[in-house]
Design a protein. Structure first.
Length: 565
């Protein structure tokens, strides 16, 4: 007789877990709370950049009824803006809720990772893998509040693909699994071609299970999965059918000049920098070693040997083949992408981190169940070891990371102690946005790395766009500014340039440049141009920023060619 459907509440299910293993449940809950606190702490101390502000601006436009297939001016990404729009609709649009969205998406991925771990290895591996990824490595804990528009959604989609393929491969697949597989693959493909990290091993695994007759492919379920795939990827098709499939055009971020750029060079980047970063043994950004550099590389090599050895053991025993396939294919797919030379913040390896956590935790559990004599307390002890080890690596790395390391060089920057925290830590651009409103300036030109920040932080009261033709993300903003009677121009004072760079992360803060080594428009040049054309102007100051307000319209198409830009 079939058991009746349980209508228990989440609290009742939590109580059942607590009664079954209260020690393990307590450690898991503690880990989830600590991981959340670390993320909220980072959110209140890390500033946003224009790339992230664009996601917030897209979300606001979405709430006003506009639809975008991709991140502005790109041919990929952008799905996360819809999640941000949903959070904005519930809690309001702000720098805090903008950073909160990727944290919520990462928390959602934990649920799927938990189910993947349980399906592969049984409990408690799934729960321990989830808490391991939640507290380690530092690159994905203290940087989780930075949303680039698509990767956290791709992570959820990719893990969903792995979970549904496991179910289908075990012969337990239902039509809902085929639907979820197709939808996850479709939305993932719309979001980014990086979904291939999951699709490639999942496809090989599913094909092998079908050939082995371990899995069946009912025609109705297959049709449902294909339909879900098409529905999930519809925005991708809509854009590419209109734009001649420009998603297959050249890379958005080509390799830097020099000897690099080859496939093997990218593979070397992966082995030398990315693997230690994902293991938590290199810090994000500068990439310094966690402990003295004569010791840490040996720790990395030992870790790789142990984890690879464990994967070989799993393969030999016929266990967790999907996990083995994922880890085996990831480095080669990583090296095949032309823009993965940029490893410093770990963005291109975020998909490896939860899978590597699953590999490490499954090994810890295997050894722990053999070494710990008390079966009752073994899961809680292993969870405690995972939590303490992950936190130790993460906190050790975070101590040396800006902006978590106190900034004492510039007193105007308020993050001067470890206890300082602000719902909106973007002090200087927020002050500039408020000053522009006070001065009745509602349209302005600026640099890329400042413009969209100020526009987002002004909460729609000021429209700002880059002055140069490069990196104009949203043309309607530029056109609205160009049509305004007397748009302002935003510069940075040379004497206070480094103060502004602390928050912006770059010194390219004057109009018409996006990199420090490029020529920018400077205050004396626009003043000289205005004088030459008999245009009066006013100058206002907000912290390190200088705002030139001409009495009539001065456009980039007028002034930039005149000074040879």
């Amino acid at each position: 007789m079939k058991a009746p459907y349980s209508r228990s509440t989440p609290w009742q299910r939590f109580a059942a877990c607590w009664r079954a293993n209260p020690a393990l449940t307590a450690v898991v809950v503690l880990a989830l709370l600590l991981g959340l606190l670390l993320r909220l702490y980072a959110l209140g101390r890390g500033t946003i950049n224009s790339d992230e502000a664009v996601v917030g601006l897209m979300a606001r436009e979405i709430l006003h009824g506009h639809f975008f297939a991709f991140y502005w001016s790109e041919n990929y990404g952008g799905t996360e803006a819809y999640a941000v729009a949903a959070v904005f609709a519930l809690f309001g649009g702000s720098a805090f809720t903008l950073g909160l969205t990727p944290i919520l998406l990462c928390a959602g991925s934990l649920v799927v990772l938990w189910r993947v771990g349980n399906r592969m290895f049984a409990s408690p591996v799934g729960a321990l893998a989830a808490i391991a990824f939640w507290v380690w490595p530092e690159a994905y804990v203290t940087y989780n509040d930075h949303g680039d528009g698509f990767r956290w959604i791709v992570l959820i989609c990719g893990l969903t693909v792995l979970l549904t393929v496991l179910r289908i491969g075990d012969g337990d697949g239902r039509r809902t699994d085929w639907f979820a597989l197709g939808l996850g693959a479709g939305v993932g493909w719309w979001s980014s071609p990086e979904i291939a990290y999951f699709l490639a091993p999942a496809g090989v695994y599913l094909l092998a299970r079908v050939v082995q007759r371990r899995a069946k492919v009912p025609l109705g379920s297959l049709i449902l999965g294909v339909a879900a795939l098409i529905v999930g990827s519809l925005p991708w098709w809509w854009h590419n059918l209109l734009q001649h499939f420009d998603s297959f055009a050249g890379p958005p971020q080509p390799s830097p000049p020099g000897p690099g750029g080859t496939y093997w060079w990218h593979l070397g980047i992966f082995s030398r920098y990315v693997v230690p970063l994902v293991l938590g043994l290199r810090t994000r950004g500068a990439g310094v070693w966690m402990v003295p550099s004569n010791l840490t590389p040996h720790l990395v090599n030992i870790s790789i040997i142990v984890l690879v050895g464990w994967l070989v053991y799993l393969a030999a025993r016929g266990r967790a083949w999907l996990l083995v396939l994922f880890v085996a294919t990831f480095p080669f797919l990583y090296a095949a992408q032309p823009f993965t030379w940029y490893w410093h913040d770990g963005r291109y390896a975020v998909f490896l981190a939860p899978v590597l956590a699953l590999v490490a935790v499954s090994l810890v559990c295997e050894v722990g169940m053999w070494a710990i004599e008390s079966p009752r307390f073994a899961p809680a002890i292993m969870a405690g070891l995972v939590l303490v080890g992950g936190l130790a690596l993460t906190l050790g790395a975070a101590r040396g990371e800006a902006p978590y390391k106190p900034q004492l060089a510039f007193p105007a920057v308020e993050r001067t102690s470890w206890l300082s925290w602000h719902a909106n830590p973007n002090n200087l651009p927020t002050a500039l946005a408020n000053a522009l409103v006070r001065w009745h300036v509602h349209y302005a030109f600026s640099s890329y790395w400042l413009g969209y920040d100020v526009g987002f932080l002004s909460e729609g009261r000021v429209t700002v766009s880059p002055a140069g033709p490069a990196f104009i993300r949203y043309l309607p903003y530029y056109q609205a500014i160009a049509k305004s009677p007397a748009p302002a121009w935003i510069f940075v004072s040379p004497a206070l340039e480094m103060e502004a760079a602390v928050e912006a992360g770059t010194t390219a803060l004057d109009p018409a440049c996006v990199a420090p080594d490029q020529q920018c428009l400077l205050v004396p040049e626009i003043i000289e141009w205005c004088k030459a054309h008999h245009i009066s102007y006013a100058i206002r100051y907000s912290g390190p920023y200088v705002v030139v307000i001409p009495s009539q319209r001065v456009l980039p198409t007028q002034i930039l060619p005149a000074i040879g830009m």
